[in-house]
Ligand binder design. Sequence first.
Ligand code: ATP
Length: 214
Amino acid sequence: MSCRNAIGIFGGTFDPFHLGHLEALKHFEEKFDFEKILVVPTGIPPHKMQKSDVSAEDRLEMVRRGIQEIKTAEAWDFEIRNGGKSYSYRTIEEAAKNWPGKELIFFTGSDMFLSLHTWKYPERIFSLAKIAVFSRTGTDFNDLNRQKEFLRKTYRAACFLFEEKPIAVSSTEIREQLRNRQSFEYLPAAVAEYIKEKGLYPPRNDDGRNHPVY
Ligand code: ATP
């Protein structure tokens, strides 16, 4: 891609950060010429309620450990520091302020991309950043193309669609797996270690209550 020394923005709840995120991040890195990629855990995401009691600091630390092998990636605590609801337009505006003159490229999985026009101030997002969309299992490429065309006509948005094969996993599935005492599959090793160390996502007892230690 022609964008040189760009700044990438990869936001998410990361509750927890998993191999699907890591793989998508690697694909993102390969597609552009990045100076750095900011991986930004949300404070409180406006479009989904947080579904665990894991703290923002622990989510941030899981991101830090999960992205270690990607040299250009760094965890950015901007949304967590700000507290309250996190809106992507604010994060993108802050990045534009901090890295003036740099091309900004905003990562989104295909599930999020389909609702991007309903986010707060989509026009501000599209005026400051290009959008890179990576497949997620269950989304139809025709729907993505239609959305890309709609955003181009409505907001002059520049969106790139990529068909990389995703790893079919979500944080929701992993939380369930951990709580049902199943496996640490689909987690980067350093994230699995951290979860064990801190006793996050404790397994449920038969009575449905959380058990404190593994
Ligand atoms: P949850 O199950 O709690 O909703 P999630 O697994 O969807 O979480 P998020 O933290 O919401 O994870 O995702 C952050 C970003 O990463 C989003 O843009 C999302 O579309 C993308 N993403 C998440 N999982 C994958 C995956 N397996 N493959 C590709 N992209 C993914």
